[in-house]
Design a protein around this ligand. Sequence first.
Ligand SMILES: [Zn+2]
Length: 421
Amino acid sequence: MHFFSKSIASILLVLLGFFSVKSDEILLKPSYVLDVVTGETLSGIKILVDGGKIKAIGENISHDASVKTIDLTGLTLMPGLIDAHSHVLLHPYNEVSWTDQVLRESWAERTLRAGNHLRATLEAGFTSLRDLGSEGAGYMDVGIRDALNKGVIQGPRLIVAGRAIVSTGSYGPKGFDLSHHINLGAEPVDGADLVRVVRDQIGKGADIIKVYADYRWGPNGEAKPTFTLDELKTIVRIANDSGRPAVAHAASDEAMRRAILAGVQSIEHGDGGSIETFKLMAEKGVIFCPTVAAGDAISRYRGWDGSKENEPARIAAKRISMQRAIEVGVEICNGSDVGVFTHGDNVRELELLNAYGLSNLETIKAATLTAAKLMNIDKLGQLEHDYLADIIAVDGNPLDDLSVLRRVKFVMKDGKVFKKP
Ligand SMILES: [Zn+2]
């Protein structure tokens, strides 16, 4: 009997050993951990990752003796960065104009390019993207998202808007003889048909509904509202019924006001917002994605040297809208409109948010806590127990110097290591 129980004990030990060897746990040992909630930089903290999640974080955490350990001495761990406004199916307009991308590039080419874009983005430490429209490439974004989730390609976690919604007559490409059928950059629909189209986009795999609440179709090419308030309310209602948010492109004050009243989750661009509209936005808890980097890039493509003296009107308007949003306490998120400029250079938006008035910590919060809200995924954007293990390490403290975000040395997404020092 004694011998028998001893054997059982040893078999159990062997089994335990077997299971511990099989453990997928990873222990990260950095010099510092940045708490993006409190803004504290802590030392002596370790993070244990298992099954795609943070299993434990702290000074003394229990783990298996054989756990795989990654030594990140000298580096600071922080949550993976999030860009809440991307277009993975576009590439910089100084390479190929938007119109030519929409009309001349095959969906195959655009999808293959997107694969490259996603790899570069993850490499740069951006572990999540909210992709706001395929810009004429149908539902390729849905397919890309699904391929990513199956591990066919590597890239940030992705939520997608599919084709996006525009009013009849407003969106491009434009300027062609009317006898041609032109592939539009989004799906035109109005009035009662909105119910069917929102449901159709949901059925085809959209995670969010993106609506263009205005577009540059005024008599002089200025941004003017596209949808009525009632139409916007319909879009939001149908999207929300399905558990999805609607988000609005809006540059003019009136379109912003309508979209806010209709109940969108975020306003994209917001260049012409009045102080009253930003106040309404703060009241309703609507998040602002100023997309500073897009306007900056386009202005430079058109010859702007970046100097304050030669600042184009759109840049001046962006500065004013940012100041207003900050003044009345609108929550600002990091959303760059990358695609207009180079994928993987997403950190440009953080640098500009910083230059336009957010502190280093506020900028980092915009790209983690706030952007995570717009991903509509629970437990994302913080280094906390049970949160998704999207973790990066940078060489230095971003609270002192944001440029360290350009030196991302380690990238983990979903508990899987993508880049190591
Ligand atoms: Zn965009």
